[in-house]
Design a protein around this ligand. Structure first.
Ligand SMILES: Cc1cc2nc3c(=O)[nH]c(=O)nc-3n(C[C@H](O)[C@H](O)[C@H](O)COP(=O)(O)O)c2cc1C
Length: 333
């Protein structure tokens, strides 16, 4: 679909997981590697792009978070709730704040240093943003979680849609993070509904862990797959060892969707922090992300998987420790 050998995209995974090394290995194996621009500074992202380009990867992409409107939240109650974790870890809770993830600078970077593919999550950029990138030869993908979002992305001029089913690991790409407005679809239902309203190429994401899973979504009408969780424990993944161990040792049986770690809904392994705070976590992104950031960092260092965001999709039990190339092969051959 994107001039790659296989219709397989390695999901951008923010938080240091989708390293240039991982993206390069996936490209080399015949898939499409992706860099995650979210949470990173513009200059760090530029460096990663240059690092990857040096390895002549062919088709690769960069993913950006579309910023939310700046909100004002009273987070005192939530701070009280998570205090016990701070005490356990002997760490301070971070100061909640708004940040637009250097949106304009990152767009400028991608306009001045065009890359083959750019995907967006957490919203749909304005038409002129999409058009500017397309004029530079970049293919623009917008992540959607509902048929309504698919319609908005198509109207804004996206070249392709990444359909994220409820099965997916990590943050939901929903355009809206408002409480009470949550709307979720399984990947097959989403493909079916979006196919009826759009002729754009569809990339299916969520819970795809093996060749059978790939075949099911391609047969349902997707042109390609986007896969995250299956790559988490490969040797090129930048996931920290506490995270990898929890996945490989199958420490947690279930995943669940929570706002507890960042204030935005995301699917992760159901550990103590997630189970304790999902019910009370406010829809305050990225404020809650900054509150829990020092706790998560400390937990990772101390090997305390119970207080770390362990993003993973429903297929987490099938995660293997091998090379990215072996994963691409197991999915495609
Ligand atoms: C650890 C992790 C981090 C993620 N970070 C991003 C991100 O930065 N941008 C994005 O568009 N999607 C992100 N996702 C979601 C993926 O793009 C994709 O929808 C998901 O991984 C597919 O489901 P699967 O994990 O079951 O394969 C992330 C997923 C995981 C597991």
């Amino acid at each position: 679909m994107f001039n790659s050998k296989y219709p397989l995209i390695q999901a951008p995974m923010a938080g240091g997981i989708s390293t240039p090394k991982l993206a390069a290995a996936v490209c080399k194996a015949g898939g499409v590697g992706f860099l995650a621009g979210g949470y990173k500074t513009t200059s760090a992202l530029k460096e990663e792009i240059e690092q990857l380009q040096k390895q002549q990867p062919g088709v690769f992409g960069v993913n950006l978070f579309v910023p939310e409107e700046e909100g004002n939240y009273d987070l005192k109650q939530y701070e009280e709730r998570i205090k016990s974790t701070a005490v356990t870890l002997q760490e301070e809770i971070g100061v909640p704040r708004y940040h637009d993830d250097e949106w304009k600078d990152k767009l400028m970077l991608l306009a001045n240093h065009p890359v083959p593919l750019v995907s967006f999550t957490f919203g749909c950029p304005e038409k002129n943003v999409i058009r500017t990138l397309q004029k530079k030869g970049t293919v623009v993908i917008v992540t959607i979680t509902t048929p309504k979002e698919a319609k908005l992305a198509a109207e804004a001029g996206a070249d392709a849609l990444c359909l994220q089913g409820i099965e997916a690991g990590g943050h939901r790409g929903s355009f809206n993070n408002q409480e009470g407005k949550e709307e979720d679809y399984g990947i097959l239902e989403l493909i079916d509904l979006v196919k009826k309203q759009s002729s754009l190429p569809l990339i299916a994401a969520g819970g795809i862990m093996d060749k059978d899973g790939v075949e099911v979504v391609l047969n349902a009408g997707a042109s390609a797959v986007q896969i995250g969780t299956a790559f988490l424990c490969c040797k090129e993944s930048g996931a920290n060892s506490t995270y990898k161990k929890a996945l490989l040792n199958k420490t947690y049986k279930e995943t669940a969707i929570t706002r507890a770690f960042t204030g935005r809904r995301a699917r992760g392994l159901a550990n103590t922090f997630l189970l304790s705070h999902t019910d009370s976590a406010p829809a305050a992104y990225p404020h809650v992300h900054y509150m829990t950031q020092p706790l998560r960092k400390k937990a990772a260092k101390q090997g305390e998987a119970n207080y770390l965001s362990l993003w993973a999709g429903i297929g987490h039990n099938k995660v293997k420790e091998c090379s990215a190339q072996e994963i691409v092969r197991s999915l495609m051959m």
